[in-house]
Design a protein around this ligand. Structure first.
Ligand code: SAH
Length: 218
């Protein structure tokens, strides 16, 4: 991927407003989530050859045969997370860094982990250039979480899991949530809450399609 040009314009802002209207029409109602999606330039996170598609509501290819999630999916997962300012959030699957930037724009302290070194490096440089200082990027196996920074108020997994990893549940604070797509070939969006007494409750939301959650560093 070439060096990014961080140029935002009135034209891009107009396209983002339209994207937000689309998300609203599709059922996203959390105003803070919609506002974050309106400020973060998604075209920064794409190869320049695909930048013209940045504000269509679709997933797009990024490096290492991965994808940047569809804006609707990012909004849906973020809405389920109910992010509050200064919360500690773990994201598994940094990819392009876009979802991490949205969480950062909501004022959370974000710890994001990616197994592909190239994606990790690229998103880290981009988020630093965007001055999102509350987002920290790590290269590693997110299946294990980031125990050195646990516990977290919220955990979001942005790759398709076969099951809910026990290690991630262990890194949740009491009262915290984990949002994770589980299943193959289609995933159900699960929100698992760690109750004050240490037990877990599970809610299920719509169906999605993600790239696989793989074990180990690439
Ligand atoms: N949140 C990303 C979506 C990227 S797709 C975005 O906004 O662009 C999911 C990402 O999860 C891929 O980059 C993939 O490499 C990564 N991934 C899959 N298994 C992983 C694991 N065990 N640890 C860390 N990252 C993983």
């Amino acid at each position: 991927m070439s060096m990014f040009k961080l140029e935002d314009s009135h034209w891009h802002k107009g396209l983002r407003k339209k994207m937000v209207e689309t998300l609203r029409r599709k059922g996203i109602s959390d105003e803070r989530v919609l506002a974050a999606m309106e400020v973060v330039p998604r075209h920064f996170f794409l190869d320049s050859a695909l930048a013209h598609l940045a504000y269509e509501d679709q997933a797009l290819p990024i490096e290492c045969e991965q994808t940047i999630s569809q804006p609707y999916t990012v909004a849906f997962q973020t809405q389920l997370l109910q992010v509050e300012k200064r919360q500690r959030i773990l994201e598994v699957g940094t990819g392009s860094g876009y979802q991490a930037a949205i969480l950062g724009a909501l004022g959370a302290r974000v710890f994001t982990v990616e197994r592909h070194k190239a994606l990790h490096q690229h998103s880290k440089e981009l988020l630093a250039a965007m001055k999102l200082r509350n987002v920290r990027c790590y290269w590693g196996d997110g299946y294990k979480g980031l125990p050195e920074f646990a516990p977290f108020d919220r955990i979001i997994v942005t790759a398709a899991a076969a099951e809910v990893p026990q290690s991630l549940l262990e890194q949740l604070k009491p009262g915290g949530f984990l949002v994770i797509p589980v299943g193959d070939p289609v995933q159900k969006m699960l929100r698992v809450t760690r109750e004050a007494d240490g037990s877990f409750t599970e809610e299920r939301f719509g169906s999605f399609r993600f790239v696989p959650f793989l074990k180990g560093k690439a």
